[in-house]
Design a binder for this molecule. Structure first.
Ligand SMILES: Cc1cc2nc3c(=O)[nH]c(=O)nc-3n(C[C@H](O)[C@H](O)[C@H](O)COP(=O)(O)OP(=O)(O)OC[C@H]3O[C@@H](n4cnc5c(N)ncnc54)[C@H](O)[C@@H]3O)c2cc1C
Length: 461
């Protein structure tokens, strides 16, 4: 069989390669966090230790026409790293080193398996930080962040992962190795392949090294919570903050269901009668930070905020941020939770939030909404009773209706979690056939045999 011959050749070419083929060992690598998906059965999992091993794996995979699924830490929410029948899963977990930190030129060189939070911890003592901070930062890798163009809590001010990539080392489908970009802030040579690989979800090449921009750590952060009667009022506050030209470091929303779930789980003292809360932070420092926070809170009062609390100290601010990061986990304690990821122009957020409530009510399911309100990027999380045999269908119908509204509002069906397996149909609806033809052309140019992460992003031709 092709798979067996391929594995034999792989063992011969790389006798030291960590290669798992035992079903029990392979099992943890089949899923990502897209719980409702039923992943395929891979022929094995390779855990290479260096670029040479990755290159050999891809060269042999091309020769044998065996598909390869690149995998970071498996925290994805669109099925990008989910195993494919008959494919080899290629885990980058052993690429876990920060190779170089340059505090003068403000960049780092890292391997893709480094966890986002570990990078933060490695450079904080040097007074530096890497701004993209997905809520999953403790358990997602830089490679996955690059491949999904991850966002996070600070992105309203600092931008998303793609804004911090200077250069990449990438192994292509045929095993050749290229370097894109470099270490300079500006670079105008040729097509921008660096940005092409960012957000490519493992379908164009395997990232084996990244040169990333970092910034000096902000001196101090001030934090407040603004409570509202409804998410729609909170959405109006976000529009007001944006209109006033204020750019907080964090501008996150949780609705009533999320507030209650988080408080039940973590006991942070949030009022159960609040319809929504905005977590607002400024890291401008000193008087500028106070002014920025005051301006944002004034916009909240104008939008009808019912209560405003300022964090007393850094520990309280950390606890509030942590509570927001655990929103999905808290909601998931109440049933089968399916986290969504949609984005609209910020001024359309109130309409989106009203529509989300409506589609959940129509299906008779619960929904908790939280997310990066400052980016117009929300994570409606539909929660169903595990005993409801119709739960999955109801969530499906609610999602379809919600995506339709998102596109009517000029939004995007994914702000940061990607297309993967779960949004392929909507990629076509959002972008149109002509756009998809260009994407397929790019895919064919880089991966002519179609061995990299097949079935992801694109519906079958
Ligand atoms: C509770 C929770 C909260 C989350 N919050 C956020 C959030 O705030 N913002 C956000 O953006 N996301 C969030 N996510 C989603 C997820 O954490 C991100 O998409 C993350 O970037 C995935 O990283 P990973 O290492 O786990 O990648 P994986 O899930 O392993 O893979 C994701 C994709 O990247 C590809 N890939 C991985 N490594 C490489 C590589 N080296 N080369 C080429 N392709 C590669 C895979 O093939 C796959 O298509 C959240 C997830 C959870 C469970």
């Amino acid at each position: 069989m092709t798979g067996d011959t391929f594995l034999d050749d792989l063992r011969r070419a790389l006798p030291d390669l960590r290669l798992l083929t035992d079903a029990v060992e392979v099992e943890p690598y089949r899923h990502d966090r897209t719980a409702h998906l039923r992943p395929g059965q891979p022929i094995g999992v390779a855990c290479p230790a260096d670029t040479r091993e990755v290159a050999t794996i891809l060269r042999l995979a091309s020769e044998h026409r065996v598909p390869v699924v690149p995998r970071g830490a498996g925290s994805g929410l669109s099925g990008g790293a989910a195993a494919v029948d008959g494919a080899l899963t290629l885990s980058l977990e052993r690429f876990d080193r920060v190779l170089h930190v340059d505090a003068d030129d403000l960049y780092v060189v890292v391997q893709p398996g480094v966890l986002n939070a570990d990078l933060g911890r490695a450079i904080e003592p040097l007074g530096l930080f890497f701004p993209p901070d997905p809520a999953s930062y403790e358990f997602c890798s830089i490679g996955g962040n690059l491949a999904e163009d991850a966002g996070g809590l600070r992105c309203v001010k600092y931008g998303v992962t793609r804004d911090y990539v200077l250069g990449l080392e990438v192994v292509l489908a045929d095993g050749s190795v290229i370097r894109t970009g470099g270490r300079t802030v500006k670079d105008a040579m040729g097509y921008d392949l660096t940005q092409l690989f960012v957000g490519s979800e493992g379908t164009l090449g395997v990232i084996t090294e990244a040169t990333l921009r970092v910034l000096p750590l902000p001196s101090e952060t001030v934090t407040a919570l603004a409570f509202f009667g409804s998410p729609v009022d909170a959405g109006r506050a976000v529009a007001g903050i944006t209109r006033a030209g204020i750019v907080p470091a964090t501008l996150e929303l949780m609705d009533r269901a999320t507030i209650r779930a988080v408080d039940a789980a973590l006991d942070v003292g949030l009022p159960a009668d609040a319809g929504a809360v905005l977590l607002i932070e400024s890291d401008a420092g000193g008087a500028a930070g106070e002014r920025e926070l005051d301006g944002a809170l004034a916009a909240c009062r104008d939008a009808g905020a019912t209560r405003i609390d300022r964090a007393a100290d850094a520990a309280e601010a950390d606890a509030l941020r942590d509570a927001r990061r655990k929103a999905h986990w808290s909601l998931a304690r109440g049933g089968v939770a399916r986290m969504e990821d949609v984005g609209v122009p910020r001024s359309r957020a109130p309409e989106l939030l009203a529509a989300i409530e409506r589609v959940a009510t129509e299906q008779g399911i619960r929904v908790g909404v939280f997310g990066h309100a400052g980016d117009g990027n929300f994570h409606p999380t539909f929660v169903t009773d595990p005993a409801d045999p119709d739960g999955e269908r109801k969530v499906h119908d609610a999602r379809q209706a919600m995506y339709g509204v998102v596109l009517e509002l000029g939004g995007t069906v994914s702000g940061e979690h990607g297309t993967g397996l779960v949004k392929r149909e909507w990629l076509v609806r959002q972008r149109g056939e002509a756009h998809i033809r260009v994407l397929r052309g790019i895919k064919a140019a880089l991966d002519p045999l179609g061995i990299l992460n097949p079935g992801k992003m694109f519906l079958d031709p």
